[in-house]
Ligand binder design. Sequence first.
Ligand SMILES: NC(=O)C1=CN([C@@H]2O[C@H](COP(=O)(O)OP(=O)(O)OC[C@H]3O[C@@H](n4cnc5c(N)ncnc54)[C@H](OP(=O)(O)O)[C@@H]3O)[C@@H](O)[C@H]2O)C=CC1
Ligand SMILES: O=C(CO)[C@H](O)[C@H](O)COP(=O)(O)O
Length: 487
Amino acid sequence: MRVTEQAANIGVVGLAVMGSNLARNLASREGNTVAVFNRTYAKTDELVTEHPEAGFVPTSSYEEFAAALQKPRTAIIMVKAGAGTDAVIDELLRVFEPGDIIVDGGNALFTDTIRREKAVRETGVNFVGMGVSGGEEGALLGPSLMPGGPDESWATLGPILKSIAAVAEGEPCVTHVGHDGAGHFVKMVHNGIEYADMQLIAEAYDLIRRGTGKSPAEIADVFAEWNRGELESYLIEITAEVLRQVDAATGEPLVDVIVDQAGAKGTGGWTVQTAIDLGVPVSGIAEAVFARSLSSHPEQREVSGELPGWHDADAVPPVRDADAFIENVRLALFASKIVAYSQGFDEIRAGAAHYGWDIDLGAVSKIWRGGCIIRAQFLNRIADAYDAEPGLPVLLTAPYFVEALGRAQAAWRRTVVYAATAGIPAPAFSSSLAYYDGLRAERLPAALIQGQRDFFGAHTYKRIDKPGTFHTLWSGDRTEVEAEDTH
Ligand SMILES: NC(=O)C1=CN([C@@H]2O[C@H](COP(=O)(O)OP(=O)(O)OC[C@H]3O[C@@H](n4cnc5c(N)ncnc54)[C@H](OP(=O)(O)O)[C@@H]3O)[C@@H](O)[C@H]2O)C=CC1
Ligand SMILES: O=C(CO)[C@H](O)[C@H](O)COP(=O)(O)O
């Protein structure tokens, strides 16, 4: 194939769901001509044939792709994260020149992005790791974009990214999150929050269904109603749609014919692993990740089905007032959601401090208001909280959330009690409440843990009444001695 040299001002590599839609989004903006490349050429051909209006410049080799781009070249990679990303970067480095920009828009692990940025920078090419959220529709119509990378790249990329991003309240849903891996770090936490939000919604559905006996279609109405209030969000909206869907083959609600084993591509797990490394308690997100894992072990669930519990539906405490019960669940969902977001923002704050990124948490909440999977009205309240106090140490202590949690807490507790009594698993609701009570507690049993650690391992402890570090001679006369701090 002969490609017109330097015909395109931007290129996309990887033309599966995300790349092809992002390429169409780019092509639809004034002044853009987009060069496209995919490892398997048939996909390039299909995209170009199906969308002649986009005016794509199709290319069938990396050499052609590089030749098609104006200099300095800008290419966005949207391929399977991991080895695929490394393979494409290697190929692009072969044909690109110093000053060109490679943007990785896949769901890369942020530590990979830090490594890649360092290695690519040494060649003189600029590398930007960018989180992209919004799925197929977002990529096409306007995603939420979370670019990291150097300031110089942002100067070039900023206007292009602003032109393709979603717009919320008049502002494009993109900001330069921070250097090297900051963009992918923030996208990772976005996905962790996404996991928690989805799990909480699933628990709310399960409680209502099993507690009140309502059908999926009736519960769809409940979610549609919730979507008109403080819970308004994309995930609540699509939940109503999924619950309303009827399976054409069986006539049953689709949700009843889908196998109850949740998949996961890994970003939720990374959020939790990273939080553990940073010492940040993201318990709601962790429960969401583990709930998916539990669901995906049919062999364990099969042999556990007869464990003692409430197998008899009659043994489940009856819900006398369905409307009141549903309102309790709504408030429990809202309170637990506040906890999940607070934990996620806590992780971003800790990650920024650890990796030396200057991340504006208010700006992050603003770019999540549109385009992405966790887009919600609620994010405006988070933005307000960080506008009022940029250094806010715990998001849920901001006045709006304090009021909301105060209003919700009785219903939240009743819902968790009901779930436990009825034997309905609600791990994210329960752990969020436990986190909330843990934060509130004047004194935690961590003191006892310190005593135990000192007993078996001479790990030492601090005292509340005087400075210093101490150890009790447990196997001796049990007197206390001053000791070196061993943590
Ligand atoms: N799907 C979603 O909703 C979202 C996805 N993402 C991320 O965006 C990226 C793209 O996602 P998606 O569109 O779903 O596609 P996939 O993650 O399914 O990846 C498929 C694409 O990767 C290419 N690819 C895989 N391995 C290689 C390789 N070694 N060399 C060159 N190309 C390779 C494939 O090329 P070929 O056709 O030749 O096989 C194809 O274009 C991923 O990183 C994903 O995590 C981000 C946000 C949302
Ligand atoms: O990044 C995304 C949305 O923001 C992707 O849809 C991602 O695949 C979702 O994660 P998982 O597949 O693990 O549910």
